[in-house]
Ligand binder design. Structure first.
Ligand code: ADP
Ligand code: MG
Length: 321
């Protein structure tokens, strides 16, 4: 199948929005940015052998490639609008592209995203998405606003995806393993939470590389320290079904691929956030507090510091054992 046939198939499932003046088919897309809004732009790529296995399901790859970008938009407090896709394929595989677009399209439709352009080339399998969204001028959420005395919260539960990567059948019940695999392959971006945090949170980040590493970015950007209570880190029923507590904590604190939002705010504001989220099933858990300095520290119940070693996932750095 030729490149143009593949692009035609992609275009057929691109989704529609009234603010797309010109979508797929020309040299560039022409898009109407609403008055009073700023554009928020994010870009994240999934590579075969790094972010997914060679035999991964095409629909899962399509979903996740968009989800990780929507997670970044959520962390900025942005409303998703448009996406572009840079697609590298080893061969012109129509079935793969159909699967990819099915997974991508499912999340795009649920999020109101239109695919407005991209690029299709031959090479090792990789899906790079650029996503664009809006925030009212001056209202974007950032990593840099955490203040001493803020409470630190995280959405949902932590560690499922990391556990799914490392566990096999026999480590827990098949149904529990399946739930954790679902979190790994089909993360759900916290878009509504990001919007609810606008005007409330001082600092926000999405947890993609591991809680400690990502909160480390908040601490650094904000010029503060963060103290976390290990016992407070939320775990799913599925993760709690895994026997080894040290393994569970490692997955929660430094596993990565959670795509939850971690944020800081004066604790008195959390009720307003919960009210704004009413009707959603996203849980919010207080996991720590912002202090003057000292980076990010994980405390046990007695206030002792827990050393996990290796603070999170980094490309080009060999993981320590
Ligand atoms: P050009 O050669 O001008 O860069 P292309 O032939 O690469 O144009 O692409 C034709 C049209 O198809 C463009 O509008 C481009 O944005 C779109 N397109 C190409 N690949 C993709 C893709 N993987 N996803 C979405 N749009 C794509
Ligand atoms: Mg061109």
């Amino acid at each position: 199948m030729a490149e143009f046939d593949l692009i035609a198939r992609i275009a057929a499932q691109s989704g529609r929005r009234a603010d797309v003046a010109l979508g797929i088919g020309d040299d560039g897309a022409v898009l109407d940015v609403p008055a009073g809004q700023q554009l928020v732009a994010v870009c994240d790529t999934l590579n075969v052998g790094v972010h997914f296995a060679a035999d991964a399901d095409a629909a899962d790859i399509g979903w996740k490639a968009l989800a990780v970008n929507l997670s970044d938009l959520a962390a900025m407090g942005a409303t998703p609008a448009w996406a572009l896709m840079s697609l590298s394929l080893p061969q012109a595989d129509a079935d793969f592209v159909a699967g990819l677009m099915q997974g991508f399209g499912q999340l795009a439709a649920a999020s109101g995203i239109a695919l407005v352009g991209g690029d299709t080339t031959r090479g090792p399998l990789a899906v790079g998405i650029t996503a664009l969204g809006f925030v009212p001028v001056g209202r974007a959420l950032t990593r840099s606003g955490a203040q001493v005395g803020d409470a630190v919260f995280v959405s949902g539960t932590l560690g499922d995806a990391a556990a799914a990567l490392r566990l096999g059948s026999g480590d827990t019940a098949p149904a529990q393993l399946q739930r954790m695999q679902q979190r790994l392959h089909r993360p759900v971006p916290r878009t509504a939470l990001g919007l609810a945090l606008c005007g409330q949170a001082h600092a926000v980040i999405d947890v993609s590389d591991g809680l400690l590493a990502d909160l480390g970015h908040v601490a650094h950007a904000s010029g503060v320290g963060i103290v976390l209570d290990a016992a407070a880190l939320p775990a799913s029923e599925a993760l709690r079904s895994v026997a080894d507590p040290a393994f569970r904590l490692r997955c929660q604190a430094s596993g990565g691929d959670d795509y939850e939002l971690a944020f800081t705010l004066p604790e008195s504001r959390i009720d307003a956030v919960r009210t704004a989220l009413a009707g959603s099933d996203v849980t919010l858990t207080r996991i720590g507090r912002v202090v003057e300095n000292g980076g990010v520290r994980l405390h046990d119940a007695d206030g002792g510091v827990i050393e996990l070693g290796g603070a999170g996932w980094q490309h080009f750095v060999e993981p320590t054992a």
